[in-house]
Design a protein around this ligand. Structure first.
Ligand code: NDP
Length: 508
């Protein structure tokens, strides 16, 4: 194996007992109606992390009924923005006070580095604060230009009961991209985290109690998509589904929700290119490419898993990325120095490796890595930082979400070719451009089909800036003002001033 910066197992305190996760339904912690549970083992350490109630249709049904009753009672949907904001701000403070506890569970369940879990949990508190500010400042429109005797008012009502289905790659961050915004709008919710990472969602449930959230406003059901998730996407009492995960499941959810015409917001996959022009600052671009592909072990919808580099500089860029890749700290997620941790499951590791093997069979070359690796002292699954050259646009590794620490390198000669390669994808989540020429950056940014385009940077995000994809990367937006708007139903009020209306029926 190529020489890498490997961090061996550290002597860190892993809790002796598993964290117990129960459903949160109508303000009570409940076991499953069936009494069944399931265990989550750490993908890096092989130890038991959590034991969760295994929900099924009956548990999902009870949670939906609780959310419906809470919504219709007005206990949350009809209170003032100030009252909602007060609770959301308390939640933000409580999240900050529990960073260490939550980050440890997030790391043990997902295999991501502890420094990253800490940053994600504390960063999520800022999403709750920003959503609180929107709860007080959102408003509709008024129209007094309709004639002297008319007034039109467009109000924004909370859409109702929202099902939230979240994945394992950023369990707490993705939940915080959805939940505080839905709550700011006045909605009630049923949440299903991935069965691989239930703990921080349950911990948040505890914090919501402490913050004074009324019973039934936020409900959590644990278990699998096929049983719990399918009820959450088809039930008559649910008004909207918001989902983050794979495009395949997003399509299935969209089809399931169509029988009751629920609104569906989808944040799906991406095949996000960073495009490097010959005049780019290569040192910065190489660093951002290294970050873009290995962050969260590449298990990231925004992973920059392909780069499109001008052919005059491709050798220099690849050489630099390979050098930097060898310096990235891969290994025990509990060591604060670690930058890249474990792969979420054995099956997923196999899927990543299949993409790499298929590319090699089709003629691509491995410039670095290219297979699983062991980390001294750990039982879990890890994959080497991998750079694949000579990739052609029709190969699966260039078109599909690999969701691992694997970079594909493609080349271009002209702006038209760079744009064509960027847009030759079923996805359209994000893209990036590297050039010192503002016209090059602007032309690329305006022609790239993507929900976000970064210029001379990668993956910077802020609560104020909305996020989402075009094409098969999804529909709807999260965070920012547009993220809040998703959770509204628009209602128009038309009012006549005085008794000026001409009768429709002619007087006898
Ligand atoms: P999925 O899309 O299968 O799962 C995401 C969530 O949806 C989980 O909570 C899952 O439940 C739930 N779910 C699954 N099927 C249904 C259904 N029919 N109805 C309602 N909910 C459902 O992602 P995976 O975890 O299986 O990962 C597979 C691939 O998806 C990855 O390799 C990656 O390519 C992509 N992915 C993309 C993400 C992104 O951020 N864009 C995030 C995660 C994955 P459960 O798993 O508990 O059964």
């Amino acid at each position: 194996m190529t020489e890498l910066n490997l961090i061996s197992a550290v002597d860190a305190a892993i809790p002796a007992e598993p964290f117990i996760c129960r459903h949160l339904i109508a303000g009570e912690w409940r076991d499953s109606a069936s009494g069944e549970t399931y265990d989550r083992m750490s993908p890096a350490h092989g130890c038991l992390v959590s034991r969760a109630a295994l929900g099924a249709e009956a548990d999902a049904e009870a949670a939906i009924v609780a959310a419906r009753e809470a919504f219709d009672s007005g206990v949350w949907s009809r209170i003032s923005g100030k009252e909602r904001a007060t609770i959301l701000l308390r939640v933000a403070d409580l999240i900050e006070g529990n960073v260490e506890r939550m980050a440890l569970l997030e790391t043990l369940e997902s295999g991501k580095p502890i420094s990253q879990s800490r940053a994600e949990v504390s960063g999520a508190a800022d999403l709750w604060r920003y959503a609180a500010s929107l709860a007080r400042t959102m408003h509709g429109d008024s129209h007094n230009t309709l004639g002297p005797d008319m007034l039109g008012v467009v109000v924004k009502d909370p859409i109702g009961v929202v099902s939230m289905i979240t994945p394992w790659n950023f369990p707490f961050w993705i939940l915080s991209q959805k939940l505080p915004f839905a709550l700011a709008a006045g909605c009630t919710t049923v949440i299903k985290p991935s069965e691989l990472t239930p703990s921080t969602t349950v911990m948040l449930g505890e914090l919501l109690f402490e913050a004074g959230m009324p019973a039934g406003v936020v409900n959590i059901v644990l278990g699998y998509g096929a049983s719990v998730g399918s009820v959450m996407t088809t039930h008559e009492a649910v008004d909207m589904v918001t989902f983050t995960g794979s495009t395949a499941v997003g399509k299935a959810i969209s089809a399931a929700a169509s029988s009751t015409l629920k609104k569906v917001a989808l944040e799906l996959g991406g095949k996000n290119p960073q495009v490097v022009f010959p005049d780019a600052d290569i040192e910065s671009a190489a660093d951002a490419i290294t970050f873009g592909v290995y962050f969260n072990t590449g298990q990231c919808c925004n992973s920059s898993s392909r780069i499109i580099v001008h052919e005059d500089i491709v050798d220099e860029v690849v050489e630099r990325v390979v050098e930097l890749s060898k310096r990235v700290a891969f290994g025990d997620p509990l060591d604060p120095r670690t930058q890249v941790g474990a792969i979420i499951s054995v099956q997923h590791q196999g899927k990543i490796d299949d993409y790499v093997r298929a590319a090699v069979t089709e003629g691509a070359e491995i410039a670095l890595g290219g297979g699983p690796m062991t980390v001294p002292g750990l039982e879990g699954q890890f994959y080497q930082p991998t750079v694949v050259r000579g990739v052609s646009p029709e190969m699966a590794i260039a078109r599909e979400e690999v969701f691992g620490p694997v970079l594909s390198v493609l080349t271009f000669r002209t702006m038209d070719e760079a744009v064509a390669l960027t847009n030759d994808a079923s996805y359209g989540l994000s893209a990036g451009v590297w050039s010192e020429n503002v016209h090059t950056c602007l032309e690329f940014s305006t022609r790239a089909q993507a929900g976000t385009v970064w210029t001379n940077t990668w993956m910077d995000g802020f609560p104020e800036l909305s996020f989402g994809g075009v094409k098969q990367s999804g529909q709807g937006r999260e965070i920012g003002r547009y993220g809040l708007e998703e959770f509204f139903e628009i209602k128009t009020l038309v009012m006549r001033i005085g008794r000026t209306r001409e009768p429709w029926v002619r007087p006898e």
